[in-house]
Design a protein around this ligand. Structure first.
Ligand SMILES: [Zn+2]
Ligand SMILES: [Zn+2]
Length: 250
């Protein structure tokens, strides 16, 4: 499996086109290219091999805790109330996300968005959400990259989510007002300071229950800063919906 995926990750720009059409014609699996894929682009065997987040994670921050609210969340609660992560940030999901963000594999938004909708529909049925807000990107960064990876996942998620009857995709109410170095380029200890004051709410969100969509949650500094900003603007409940959760290094 690892060898097959390594080969896939090395595949050139050109043959990526072939994979792209394979995904949308619903034929071959995006990772192993050998088996029949489901409509999100992966076969059953590859899906089963992915590092799914265990059910034993802390419901508030997503770290492993035996399924209870963890000690950190009790002693210094984050500004968000719930975290749903689909995967652990481990191989090959880490490589898929990097490829999606910095490569040319935008079609992975289909895979990630659909898998996230399945996870949310299963685990979040009793928690109504009013707004789905993708992690905002600064306009300059958006221009450089050409797309906001969180927004593209949120669009697909919103299409497939059963909750969509109540939840509305909203990518306009919050903006990223400061251009800061990417969090991933900084040591963990500097990330809270880097992101402070970065977001601005432009609309009336008082009383709203909000889910923030992002690709990866590492320290949670960006998600926490956004959650704090949303709560200060009157949001009553904030959840983090992410593709992958990084566990602290042992
Ligand atoms: Zn496969
Ligand atoms: Zn926790």
């Amino acid at each position: 499996m690892r060898q097959i995926i390594n080969n896939w990750l090395k595949i050139s720009h050109l043959s990526n086109l072939k994979l792209f059409s394979a995904l949308f014609l619903g034929s071959n699996c995006f990772l192993c290219t050998a088996s029949q894929a489901k409509n999100h682009g992966l076969c059953e065997a590859c899906l089963n091999d992915l590092p799914w987040l265990p059910d034993s994670s802390c419901p508030q921050c997503g770290l492993n805790s035996g399924g209870q609210i963890c000690g950190n969340c009790i002693s210094s609660p984050p500004d968000f109330d719930v975290t749903h992560a689909v995967f652990l940030y481990e191989y090959p999901v880490d490589a898929m996300i990097l490829r999606y963000k910095y490569g040319d594999t935008l079609s992975l938004s289909q895979t990630f968005g659909q898998l996230m909708s399945e996870k949310i529909d299963v685990t979040n049925t009793s928690n109504p959400i009013d707004l789905i807000i993708p992690m905002p990107m600064h306009p300059k960064r958006l221009k450089e990259r050409g797309f906001n990876q969180a927004l593209e996942i949120a669009r697909v998620l919103n299409q497939y989510l059963t909750l969509k009857n109540t939840a509305k995709l909203d990518y306009k109410s919050v903006i990223r007002q400061t251009l800061t170095p990417p969090q991933a380029s900084l040591p963990l200890k500097d990330r809270v300071k880097n992101i402070k004051g970065a977001f601005k709410v432009n609309a009336d969100i008082s009383g709203k229950r909000i889910a923030i969509v992002d690709d990866v949650m590492t320290t949670g500094a960006s998600l926490n800063e956004l959650a704090k900003t949303l709560k200060q603007a009157g949001a009553t409940h904030v959840e983090c919906w992410v593709i992958a959760r990084t566990l602290p290094h042992k």
